[in-house]
Structure formats: C-alpha cells, structure tokens
Design a protein around this ligand. Structure first.
Ligand code: PLP
Length: 397
C-alpha cells in the first residue's frame, strides 16, 4: 500500500487548498477505529463532524447499501422510485412533520429552508416578493454557498466572494432583545443552530430557544432549526431542539441522515409550509435517490431501535465527567450536551490536537481554542475509557 506521505502530497498537489487536514490518512475504518496505510490505529473522536453517529461502516447500513445496489441506485425525480416514499414516510414519523423535501448536502438543505421561508413569507404571510427578511445568529455555521456565507460573521469564509445575497439580518446568538428589535413586518423567519457546532460547541442561554420560538409565533414568522450537526441523537435527544421543548417549524437535517455512507439531507415541515412548492420550483437530481434513501431508512430504524438518544446522553455524561478530571490550567471550560463536547483552552489548541493524534486520538480544534469531541454514538464504555486514558496523557499539564 502507498505510504501516507505520498498520498498527502498527491492530495495537496491536485486539490484546491480549501482545507487544512490534520496529517492522518484514513485507509480503513471499522466502528470507532480508523487505520492509516502504515497500520496505525486511531480513535475517531470527530465522526466526520457528526455524520458518523453510527460509526464507520455499520454492518446493517453497509448491508442496506449493498442490497440496494443490486436493485436501483438512481431514478431522478423525473420518475418515481420504490424507496423514496418509504423514506419520506419514515422521516415524517421521526420528525412529527407531515412533509419532507430531500436534498443531498447540509448546505443544500439550508438553502431549501431559506427558499421555503421566503416563499411562505410571500405566498402565505403576504410579504411583498423581494422584501422578505430572515434573521440569523452571529458565529453561525450553515455551510458554504454564496447565500449561506452572506449570513456568516466569519470573515475568512466571506473574503473575496462578494457580492452577497440581500435579505438577512444577524443578531448575537442567544440575545433575545436583539432578536426582538430585528423583527419587522417583512420578517419571515428566524434560523438558529440549537448548539453552535463549528463556533466551538456554544450552548445558548437556557430558555433562549423557547423564547425565540414564542417570539416567532407572536410575529407570524417561521422558526427554523439547523439540526444538520446536532440532529439524530448527537446531543442526547433525537433532535437538540427537544432540550428546550421546541418543535421547530422547519427542521434542517443532513450528515447522519445518510448513515455516514452517502450524502442525504432534507428539510421537514408541515404542508402549510412545504405546500408552497409546485413542480419546477425547486429540486435536485440526486435528492431522494433510492440508494441514499435505503441507507437512510435503515439508519433511522437503528437510531430508534437502539435508542441512540439515550446512549448519547449517558455516554456523554460519563465522558464529560472524565474530561473534567483532567488537570490543566490552560483549560477554560468543558461544555456540551450528549456526545457533542467542547474543551476550550486559553491558548491556541492546535499543539494539544497534535498531542492527541500522537497518542492515537483523532480530534480537531474549531475556532482555534476549542477542541471538539464527538465520537460515534456506538462507542463502547470500554473504548471510551481507553480513549480517555490517551486524551488524559495528551491534555494534562
Ligand atoms: N449546518 C450545520 C449546522 C453544519 O454543521 C454544517 C456542516 O458542518 C452544515 C450546515 C453544512 O453541511 P454540508 O457540509 O453537508 O454542506
């Protein structure tokens, strides 16, 4: 097998440098363990940013993919396929909504939610087309399209990409007063991540989400939850909105929805909202493809059958308690919910990440000072203990 060095050099030579990967090459993976070409093993404590909630190559998901490969992989929406309806029904039941719209990546689902909110604002609320406003939060991460980076407050994500899309207002994450003052008669929606993942596992003040939801209802606006990273059990609930007892008008879903095997994303909402589409108004060639749907149906079955939310909550509490026992005065805070945990440092965390990797634990800093730990929910207590011993060596001072 080719060596890691050669593979990394080739990747850097031919690929645009829009990422700065840690120097580990994935050549094989099983469950929580990744193996590089040299045969070294690592605990995957990032899970492809929560897309691998089921671990790598969950045997039932692999089987579902293999079975579907023998039948039909793609129909496009020019025709029906015999898996899409089952998948839609399953996702409706899981979210409690009565309609879904399938896409592929998280960013596409976010775009779909924004388009839906604008159309709903025009068709249902009666805001003049072109005047619709959507409110979002500082330090958000919703993806990388031009409209999405329009909403971003991260200048690195925006530099040189103008002109941007009009119609957005940014408030401070968690600041209800700012939200109140940003609302106008043209506001059609407020969108937030229940916990900001990329910003460094930022949990909003208790009660914020519920109050923001109530404010949306008082002002006839949609409440949109971007659960691309927090959804599907990651935070100890099926959806992180549940922590505040909120049922969003629109769920934005992705990542783990495809079982870590194939890109599947969607928005879920009721028909008084998703009913705004007519044929030709929106779509995606691969959205709703039978291969993705087959894997995703199995993924949702496993989530419920094996009670992933409870597993994530219990394992998360166990892991967080252990992390809190680490002695290092560079650590400012350890926070999160379920198995979405952030360790914030006073200083740049990259040297600590280097130590983690040298000790066999894969993690990455986000926003320089915070290390995110988000292992597959399938991680066993034995594996958590073993991984923790390595983490303790790397992060103690
Ligand atoms: N929304 C949130 C909350 C995310 O964390 C991400 C990705 O990290 C996205 C949207 C974008 O998803 P994708 O990278 O699949 O486009």
């Amino acid at each position: 097998m080719r060596k890691s060095k050669e593979i990394m050099e080739q990747t850097e030579k031919y690929g645009a440098h829009n990422y700065h990967p840690k120097e580990v090459v994935f050549a094989y993976a099983d469950g929580v363990i990744v193996t590089n070409p040299e045969g070294e093993k690592f605990y995957d404590m990032l899970s492809a940013y929560s897309a691998l909630n089921f671990g790598h190559r969950h045997p039932e998901l692999v089987q579902a993919a293999k079975d579907q490969l023998d039948n039909i992989t793609l129909s496009s929406r020019a025709f029906y396929n015999n898996v899409l309806g089952d998948w839609m029904e399953k996702l409706c039941k899981l979210t409690g909504k009565n309609m879904v719209l399938p896409m592929n990546t998280g960013a596409e689902a976010v775009e779909t939610a924004l388009k839906t909110a604008r159309r709903w604002g025009n068709f249902v609320k009666g805001v003049e087309d072109g005047k619709q406003e959507i409110i979002v939060c500082s330090n958000n991460f919703h993806g990388r399209t031009i409209t999405i980076i329009t909403m971003s407050t991260d200048q690195d994500a925006r530099k040189g990409f103008g002109p941007f899309t009009p119609g957005f207002k940014v408030i401070e994450y968690g600041n209800l007063e700012e939200l109140k003052s940003a609302i106008t008669p043209n506001t059609v929606a407020f969108m937030m991540e229940p916990i900001q993942g990329e910003a460094g596992i930022i949990v909003p003040p208790a009660g914020f989400m519920k109050k923001a939801y109530d404010l949306c209802k008082e002002n006839n606006m949609l409440f949109i939850a971007d659960e691309v990273q927090t959804g599907f059990a990651r935070t100890g609930r099926m959806f992180a909105s549940e922590h505040e007892g909120v049922i969003p008008d629109i769920y934005i879903l992705g990542k783990a929805l495809g079982g870590g095997i194939i890109a599947v994303s969607a928005i879920a909402a009721d028909s008084d909202i998703l009913g705004v589409y007519e044929p030709g108004s929106h779509g995606s060639t691969f959205g709703g493809n039978p291969l993705g749907c087959a894997v995703s149906i199995k993924a949702m079955e496993i989530l419920e059958r094996d009670n992933y939310p409870k597993q994530a909550e219990e394992k998360g509490n166990y892991f967080m308690d252990k992390l809190k026992s680490i002695v290092n005065d560079d650590i400012v805070e350890i926070r999160g919910k379920g198995l979405l945990v952030g360790v914030e440092f006073k200083i740049n965390a990259a040297p600590y990440v280097k130590k983690l990797i040298a000790n066999g634990v894969l993690a990455k800093e986000t926003h320089e000072k915070t290390i995110r730990f988000a292992p597959p929910i399938t991680i066993t207590y034995e594996q958590l203990d073993d991984a923790f011993e390595k983490i303790k060596i790397a992060l103690s001072k």
